[in-house]
Design a protein around this ligand. Structure first.
Ligand code: SF4
Length: 484
């Protein structure tokens, strides 16, 4: 279904895509549900944790080099956004930026009588003193509940100041899926910053999180005759204003890129690549061939793939002798869990259980998420599958029951729960860890290190007191009962 860019706000994922944060079963059951249009089931009756979409939106905006962000809400809401900025890469050559982020610290009085005047005073001061290239005002639960009229303030400011000013409405209570916050950001960027194209440029938009492989990707895309516009971390307001002129959009994660990729395709005819991501060997080949086809550079892409294989495949085959037969449990985001499961199977590792942060049955082009479609068609085994949005107690139980050789997580708070149970944990924090052939080799080496050097988790497990009782640990997920 087309994205409604005329809507004041981005429609949340639950309503737009049928997303859910709760499901439990196995891969075959999951595939059946997906084929029927969605694995929607059950409300979780107890939730230990969650991620606020609002903080994700603010963090995303704060990573734009010359934009200012004001969080209209209590101090705690401002912290959520600012915390994500610490992860932003400083990898761009000569590009040092300091995030221009403010919060107006709504207090109890403000939540009764409103504080739009405070917000206006802060916006004026930020514009006049920091001279940002754009200003974004992010609302919060408190400002949304009392119905603060931020849009009228934005109209008033625009009459005085000549810069793009936008609101991002993604109060945390609106959606359980944190990517709804990222979508809200992209909705505002497309409607506030991106200009009508004046020309086509040899640029590919590259949506990613932290751009750690900027130089490698710049090199291989340069050999296809295009430069990369990384989005949105480290980009400038001016650069974002031109992304409607690019020849294509790709994303390191289709869950991250679905809204912006499809919005640019819909509004400016910029093709969005809809394949599995470039992690692992099959992923890299499929993804790179896909972009080469759009750019009409198939021969150049084949040569690059040939060179990568020649350089890394013999080493991958060698180390695969040590990874084959290992048993793994994964708990990662909605996209990466499936991408990583594919890479691990390429290394001969058996997946026992996969926990995905949320589940989008469809993406904005009405397609099944490519990484899920690939695994439901090509997985080498049927494994326990569940959707669990950072619910540590569930993942702890799964690790305790299945006792894998190794546990994989993309969120640092998870790894400790494996380590304390004397299970080696691999933290895949860098989205490029398994990029292509080079990354596959790096990941394989990391896995072998983790399962070989066991002193850390053995020591920790010896001395750690676990917070969960045997009552909880003896309960097992429905899918595990079925296996038994
Ligand atoms: S859920 Fe609401 S109150 Fe909590 S951090 Fe998010 S916006 Fe603020």
């Amino acid at each position: 279904m087309a994205i409604n860019l005329d809507s004041k706000d981005a429609i949340i994922r639950e309503e737009r895509l049928g997303s859910t944060v709760c499901w439990d079963g196995d891969l075959e059951g999951f595939a059946e549900c997906t084929a029927c249009g969605g694995a929607q089931n059950k409300e979780r009756r107890f939730s230990q944790a969650g991620i606020c979409p609002n903080g994700c939106a603010a963090g995303n905006l704060l990573s734009i080099r010359d934009a200012a962000v004001i969080m209209h809400g209590p101090a705690g809401c401002s912290h959520v956004g600012s915390a994500t900025v610490g992860h932003q890469a400083a990898s761009r050559i000569n590009a040092r930026y300091e995030a221009i982020g403010y919060g107006d610290d709504m207090n109890e009085n403000d939540t009764i009588f409103g504080s739009i005047d405070n917000l206006k005073a802060m916006a004026v001061e930020v514009i006049e003193s920091r001279k940002p290239a754009a200003l974004f005002i992010v609302n919060s639960c408190a400002s949304a509940i009392i119905g603060e009229d931020i849009d009228s303030l934005v109209s008033e400011l625009k009459e005085t100041y000549d810069l793009p000013i936008g609101t991002v409405n993604c109060e945390g209570f609106k959606s359980q899926v944190w990517f709804s916050g990222v979508d809200a950001t992209f909705h505002t960027l497309v409607n506030t910053l991106v200009k009508e194209p004046q020309e086509k440029r040899d640029v590919v938009n590259f949506i990613n999180f932290f751009e750690s492989e900027r130089s490698y990707l710049t090199d291989i895309f340069g050999r296809l005759g295009v430069t990369l516009q990384f989005l949105v971390v480290n980009s400038s307001v001016d650069e974002i204003s031109h992304i409607g002129e690019s020849r294509a959009t790709v994303s390191v994660c289709s869950t991250l890129g679905t809204y912006l990729g499809h919005a640019l395709e819909q509004k400016f005819d910029v093709p969005f690549l809809k394949t599995i991501n470039p992690m692992g060997m099959t992923g890299f080949d499929t993804w790179f061939r896909g972009i080469a086809e759009i750019l009409d550079k198939k021969d150049e892409a084949e040569e690059i793939i040939r060179q990568e294989r020649a350089k890394y495949l013999p080493k991958i085959e060698e180390i695969k002798k040590k990874t084959t037969g290992l048993k793994a449990v994964l708990a990662m985001g909605a996209g990466y869990s499936w991408e990583m499961a594919r890479v691990l199977q390429e290394l001969g590792i058996e997946i026992l259980s996969l926990s995905a942060g949320h589940y989008d049955p469809r993406q904005d082009g009405d397609n099944i998420p490519p990484a899920i479609e690939y695994m439901t068609e090509n997985s080498t085994s049927n494994f326990i599958t569940n959707v669990s949005d950072n619910q540590n107690f569930e993942v702890f139980n799964i690790i305790h029951t299945l006792k894998p050789d190794v546990f994989f997580s993309r969120h640092p708070g998870f790894t400790v729960w494996a380590t304390k149970q004397n299970i080696p944990a691999v933290y895949v924090g860098d989205e490029y860890l398994a990029l292509g052939y080079k990354g596959t080799l790096a990941l394989a080496n990391m896995i072998v290190d983790a399962v070989t050097n066991r002193s850390f988790e053995t020591n920790l497990a010896t001395h750690a007191r676990l917070p969960y009782t045997s009552w909880w640990l003896n309960q097992q997920h429905a899918a595990m009962h079925k296996e038994a």
